[in-house]
Design a protein around this ligand. Structure first.
Ligand code: 5GP
Ligand code: ZN
Length: 112
């Protein structure tokens, strides 16, 4: 299995778990860009947001709502950012769909 995040899901590569259920897994990013930087991934392998279809709509909603739930649990009361980097121009480096949850500091806009 060559997908990095599928290997993390299988426990072949260690990660710091924050949340896990039958549909998704959330863990700490190895190179945090903010005091809170989590990755939320579906257990199902989907390459990219660019490849989601109508059958993935419910899962996408679930992952997004999970990001908000984790943000509440982590008391990110002043706000946070949820990001899905997509494709080369979007800065996607791992080709397994993932939501970044970033918070704990004031985040700049626009991104670089
Ligand atoms: P992307 O650039 O594709 O949006 O995000 C990939 C993210 O995965 C990056 O923020 C990167 O730091 C993170 N990452 C890459 N390899 C690993 C790893 O082995 N473990 C963890 N926890 N995060 C990783
Ligand atoms: Zn994968």
């Amino acid at each position: 299995m060559s997908c990095l995040f599928c290997r993390i899901l299988q426990g072949e590569i260690p990660s710091r778990a924050v949340y896990s259920d039958e549909r998704c897994y959330a863990f700490a990013d190895i190179q945090p860009q903010a005091p809170v930087h989590l990755l939320i991934i579906p257990r199902q392998h989907i390459d990219s947001l660019a490849n989601v279809t109508a059958t993935d709509v419910e899962l996408l909603g679930y992952l997004t709502a999970k990001a908000a739930e984790l943000a509440r649990e982590l008391s990110l009361d002043h706000g946070y950012r949820v990001v899905i980097n997509t494709g080369d121009d979007g800065g996607q480096t791992v080709h397994h769909l993932h939501l970044h949850l970033l918070g704990g500091r004031s985040l700049k806009w626009p991104p670089g």
